[in-house]
Unconditional design. Structure first.
Length: 151
C-alpha cells in the first residue's frame, strides 16, 4: 500500500471519490480501479499506472497456506530466522525444577493445541527456556522419549 501511495500523484483532489491518495491506495484492489484516478492518466505520470499494476499483480500471487492437519486456511506461517535450523521459541515451563541444559531435547504441548512439540534447548535462563523446534526423529532411532516439561 505504501509503495502504491508513493506512485500516486499525491494531490488528494477527491476525483476518485475518496478524500486522499492514501485512502485510494488502501482501497485499490485491482488494475481496473486505477481508472478512477484521472490525474494518473496525465502524461507527466506516464508509466506509474503500469508500476502500480505490477505491484497489484505481485500481491495477487500469494498462495493460501493450508493447515496439514485441519485443512483450514492460515493467516501466517512461522519460519526460522536466517541461518537457523528451525523456528525459535521462548517457553515458560510449569515445572521450573526441570533442570534443562543446553542441548537437552524435551517434549511439550501448548495449552489448547493438539500437537506435541519436540524441542532442543538453546538456553535456560531465569525460568525462560529458549529452544529450536525439532522433529521426533530421535524416537525412530530407538532412543527413549524425552521428558515432558508441561507448558
Amino acid at each position: 500500500m505504501l509503495q502504491i501511495e508513493k506512485l500516486l500523484p499525491g494531490y488528494n483532489c477527491g476525483e476518485c471519490g475518496l478524500s486522499s491518495c492514501r485512502e485510494f491506495a488502501v482501497k485499490l484492489v485491482d488494475v481496473a480501479g486505477l481508472d478512477r484516478c484521472t490525474i494518473l492518466k496525465q502524461e507527466r505520470f506516464l508509466g506509474r499506472a503500469e508500476q502500480i499494476a505490477g505491484l497489484l499483480a505481485c500481491s495477487e500471487k500469494t498462495e493460501d497456506i493450508i493447515g496439514v492437519l485441519d485443512g483450514l486456511r492460515a493467516e501466517f506461517a512461522l519460519a526460522p530466522l536466517p541461518g537457523e535450523p528451525s523456528c525459535r521459541e521462548d517457553l515458560h515451563p510449569f515445572n521450573p525444577e526441570a533442570h534443562l541444559k543446553e542441548g537437552d531435547i524435551f517434549r511439550y504441548r501448548l495449552l489448547g493445541r493438539p500437537i506435541t512439540h519436540f524441542a532442543k534447548v538453546l538456553k535456560n535462563k531465569q525460568g525462560i527456556v529458549t529452544v529450536h523446534l525439532v522433529g521426533p526423529g530421535h524416537l525412530l532411532q530407538g532412543l527413549p522419549a524425552p521428558e515432558d516439561i508441561g507448558l
